[in-house]
Design a protein around this ligand. Structure first.
Ligand code: F3S
Length: 261
């Protein structure tokens, strides 16, 4: 707090666009008080509540779980709900917020995620269990569970998808988010269609479209590694039949206890 009892302020630069009145996006500046613990999302709420009710953005849980509030902050995609405002200010006390790149802007900071969800559905993101499911439970080894760790905490925020320059070039590319989900299903011993999945991904819009640009890793707020998942899928696609056969064998024993080591 300042000596006069007021809080210092931060300058929040926001890209605005109203399709009904604007020919193209423009920047607008707002001043907000920099109170302890203020997040970037808090600053947006402050502006919307007290300065300009027309400011439009998505948010929901405020706990980095729902994936709604991914935005482009100072040139990097991130979730604004757990981004401390103070840490995002430059030496002039400014922060710049834009919508996620490479996606059509609906209004202000809200983008059209249709292609994101279309590609997600394309990889059949649901688990397809074997016809003969165990009477009680599937038994997976610690190694099998650990193999899924790189993918199962994905919150589908779109930060990786809209950081990928290949997505910027073509919306035909499946994208890192959906390939990470495909990896999760392919690696899961309970899934019975890994061969079909690998065959679907084994084309120019799938694992071979990735150019290992790594932006997706930098953007992921959950520290996941879509690039490694894509690389793994590429290798598995090359030995698809053997992998599928191994899965069939594995599923014959899914209800048996895992031997202690
Ligand atoms: Fe894109 Fe990530 Fe590959 S940024 S090109 S999906 S490594």
């Amino acid at each position: 707090m300042n000596n006069n009892g007021t809080h210092p302020t931060a300058t929040v630069r926001i890209q605005r666009f109203n399709p009904e009145t604007d020919a193209k996006p423009h920047m607008q500046e707002f001043e907000v008080e920099l109170k302890p613990g203020t997040t970037v999302l808090d600053a947006l709420h402050e502006i919307k509540t007290h300065q300009d009710g027309s400011l439009t953005f998505r948010r929901s849980c405020r706990h980095a779980i729902c994936g709604s509030c991914a935005m482009h902050v100072n040139g990097k995609n991130e979730l604004v709900c757990n981004a401390p405002l103070k840490e995002r200010l430059d030496r002039h006390g400014r922060i710049t917020i834009r919508p996620l790149p490479y996606l059509p802007i609906l209004k202000d900071l809200v983008v059209d995620r249709s292609s994101f969800w279309e590609q997600y559905l394309r990889v059949k993101p649901w688990l397809t269990p074997p016809e003969d499911t165990p009477e009680k439970e599937f038994r997976m080894s610690p190694e099998e569970v650990a193999a899924l760790n790189n993918a199962e905490t994905c919150i589908m925020c779109g930060a990786c998808y809209s950081s990928c320059q290949i997505v910027g070039l073509t919306k035909e590319y499946i994208g890192p988010h959906a390939l990470l989900k495909a990896f999760l299903r392919v690696m899961d011993p309970r899934d019975s269609i890994p061969g079909e999945r690998l065959a679907d991904l084994d084309d120019t819009d799938g694992v071979y479209r990735c150019r290992t640009i790594f932006n997706c890793i930098d953007a992921c707020p959950k520290n996941l590694n879509p690039t490694l998942a894509i690389e793994t899928l590429r290798k598995l696609a090359q030995k698809r039949e053997a992998f599928e056969q191994a899965r069939i064998e594995r599923q014959k024993h899914l209800d048996e206890p895992i031997p202690a080591r």
